[in-house]
Design a protein around this ligand. Structure first.
Ligand SMILES: C[S@@+](CC[C@H](N)C(=O)[O-])C[C@H]1O[C@@H](n2cnc3c(N)ncnc32)[C@H](O)[C@@H]1O
Length: 264
């Protein structure tokens, strides 16, 4: 059993498109964080809830042959495409399973803890896997801070988009996601005695990658949206047509990125 009753399961076919869009949107910001930690050749890294393979490949290239990346996920099928000699992919639940090692220079998780009801335990596992002086980087959305899909809801298309997004939030909350989790991260780092804490938020508005992300997400939750009577099939089709026609300025919730160091 997993600690996560994860809504957007990786076994769904559209997960690959979703991971590609997440990488395109968020990898540049993530790499900026990892660079700020001083990620370098030879580092041992644990990528938690890795999802796709793109970010894992980039980290593996940065740490090189003398370094190592352990990429884990409750369903690591898409991560296995990373396929570099210094990458090890494992199925692992960050909250339920014991940490998969210790002495890591870097532990990173993006858009994972928000979905994990046992997030406090998962956080402790990640800190315990770090070497003294190692870096923890956690990035999570805070949809309650900015809940809209279209922040300028000037017409029926935008209002429908926002209703669909509200539906996604309802479904996520029902599965134990904390939709105001991102803002709590700096406090969590402080409470665990982390040092050199720094946090920032990134808020995509009308980026082209938001359209494939929306299309893949809606395809993955279509059944749940209908079962819960949140929208009708006709409304979903209309919304997808609007997305494909490019008439919506789609945004994503703020991504809050926090880094901090385990005391020496
Ligand atoms: C929204 S995706 C994010 C994927 C990737 N980190 C990214 O930002 O592109 C969330 C990922 O966390 C994984 N996940 C959910 N609960 C987990 C848990 N308890 N332990 C490990 N991974 C988990 C999911 O399987 C999924 O791959």
């Amino acid at each position: 059993m997993s600690a996560t009753d994860y809504l957007l399961e990786n076994r769904k076919a559209e997960a690959a498109q979703r991971f590609a869009a997440l990488s395109a949107l968020f990898d540049p910001g993530t790499l900026r964080q990892l660079d700020a930690c001083g990620m370098a050749a030879g580092w041992r890294c644990w990528e938690v809830g890795s999802g796709g393979s793109a970010l894992v490949r980039v980290i593996a290239a940065r740490v090189g042959g003398a370094g190592h990346v352990l990429a884990t996920d409750i369903d690591a099928s898409w991560t296995r495409e990373a396929g570099a000699s210094n990458v090890e992919v494992r199925q692992h639940d960050v909250a339920l399973d014991a940490p998969p090692g210790e002495g890591f220079d870097l532990v990173h998780a993006r858009l994972v803890l928000v979905h994990v009801p046992e997030r406090e335990r998962a956080f402790r596992h990640m800190v315990s896997a770090l070497k003294p002086g190692g870096w923890l980087v956690i990035e999570d959305a805070d949809p309650a801070l900015q809940p809209l899909s279209c922040i300028d809801p000037y017409g029926p298309e935008q209002e429908l988009a926002n209703r669909v997004r509200q539906g996604l939030r309802t479904l996520l909350s029902g599965r134990g996601a904390d939709l105001s989790f991102g803002r709590k991260l700096p406090r969590m780092f402080r409470d665990h005695g982390m040092t050199e804490i720094a946090a920032e938020a990134y808020f995509p508005i009308a980026r082209p990658e938001c359209a494939p992300l929306e299309i893949a997400t809606i395809a993955m939750i279509r059944g749940d949206l209908l079962d819960h009577g949140i929208v009708t099939g006709e409304e979903i089709e209309r919304h997808l047509e609007n997305v494909r026609a490019g008439v919506l300025d789609l945004s994503q919730p703020p991504m809050i990125s926090v880094r901090g160091r385990k005391p020496r």
